[in-house]
Design a protein around this ligand. Structure first.
Ligand code: NAD
Ligand code: ZN
Length: 353
């Protein structure tokens, strides 16, 4: 272990699903043979962390749990088998902390589908602490000139929406509807879509998010789902021929849009489900789905190559999005705002405060 690594550190810990979030000192873990210890400088807060705390999904978390999976920092120690990550390297801890690397899916670089994944902030402790363990094979490599606060949201939100756009098959010049556009994933999705030459219809609610989507992120239209009397009509009308967008990226945290997208997507279009609202079901009219020949699919984070590509888009200055930085100690306030849908863009936690 490098000498500057302390024995103890600050962390946000939960001991029970939905229970109190305790900001306290806990021991710093030691990396295993194939792991690195990362001094997390900044961590984004993803809605997934809120789902994990609330116990929204049919998958148990470890307990006690340190959440967080958008962590950017510096390698301070490494296990004896690690060769290609050096002390001092800048790296990111992603949702996929580790995978077996030998199953059918890992062999095909579809490692998010590994049946034995380590999930940061879910099945292993995540990035809401100052020192976090990651499997060396999976930490994202971050060029040293990039700001660690700015890159943090790319490590989940960016990778996920970039992958989702690729999965949608949408092409340059075509239209994508981004549903939940004002949130973390949605705001990055607009910047990736714009960089890929794709035209954007943003769907969310409120003037702050509308202003952000239209004036900062590159959307050409904004449909306010709370004000519109007919979301389906309004989304279709936003495309020049009125036939609707070629793809829909569902990053919303409510079930309703998952039951609407098939109605406004263009014939031959693709609906990509990314958001994970609690207990939600997809619904699509069979008749329209058949005669419009639509595709409905899921998309789940990204593999290591998707991650490297998403970081490279950011490194080339193509991805700019609003984020607010607060101290790690303020995580409960961030969750409270997120629960009310009050966050336009992303919150990033500074682990030194
Ligand atoms: P967020 O809270 O930052 O944003 C969610 C947005 O959805 C908010 O702006 C909200 O106003 C909007 N919204 C709510 N109801 C809506 C509706 N009816 N129509 C349109 N918009 C609506 O959340 P986030 O961090 O961006 O995460 C979004 C979702 O994506 C979460 O469920 C999260 O767990 C999931 N997620 C999935 C993956 C994956 O790999 N599939 C990865 C990361 C996050
Ligand atoms: Zn996430």
């Amino acid at each position: 272990m490098a000498s500057e690594v302390p024995q103890e550190q600050w962390a946000q810990v939960i001991s029970k699903t939905g229970g109190p979030i305790e900001y306290k000192k806990i021991p710093v873990a030691k990396p295993g043979p194939d792991e690195v210890l990362v001094n997390i400088k900044y961590s984004g807060v993803c809605h997934t962390d809120l789902h994990a705390w609330q116990g929204d999904w049919p998958l148990a978390t470890k307990m006690p749990l340190v959440g967080g999976h958008e962590g950017a920092g510096i390698v301070v120690a490494r296990g004896e088998l690690v060769e290609d990550v050096q002390i001092g390297d800048h790296v990111g801890i992603k949702w996929l902390n580790g995978s077996c690397l030998s199953c059918d899916f890992c062999q095909q670089s579809d490692e998010p589908l590994c049946p034995k994944p380590d999930l940061s902030g879910y099945t292993v402790d995540g990035t809401f602490q100052q020192y976090c363990i990651g499997k060396a094979a999976h930490v994202a490599r971050i060029p040293k000139e990039l700001p660690l606060d700015g890159i943090a949201p790319v490590l989940c939100a960016g990778i996920t929406v970039y992958k989702g756009l690729k999965e949608s098959g949408v092409k340059p010049g075509q239209w994508v509807a981004i549903v939940g556009a004002g949130g973390g994933l949605g705001s990055l999705a607009q910047q990736y879509a714009k960089a890929m030459g794709i035209r954007i219809i943003a769907i969310d609610t409120g003037d702050e998010k509308k202003d952000m989507c239209i004036n900062q992120l590159g959307a050409e239209h904004f449909v306010d789902f709370a004000k519109s009397s007919n979301v389906v009509k309004d989304v279709q009308a936003a495309t020049p021929d009125g036939l609707g967008p070629h793809a829909v990226l569902l990053v919303a945290v409510n079930e309703k849009p998952f039951q609407q997208a098939a109605e406004y997507v263009r014939p031959r279009g693709t609906v990509v489900c990314i958001g994970l609202p609690a207990g939600a079901y997809l619904r699509a009219p069979v008749f329209e789905s058949v005669v419009k020949m639509i595709t409905i699919k899921g998309s789940y984070v990204g593999n290591r190559k998707d991650s490297a590509e998403a970081i490279d888009f950011y490194a080339r200055g193509l991805i700019k999005f609003p984020f607010k930085t607060v101290g790690l100690s303020e995580l409960p306030d961030v969750y409270a705002k997120m629960k009310k849908g009050e966050i336009a863009g992303r919150y990033v936690l500074d682990t030194s405060k």
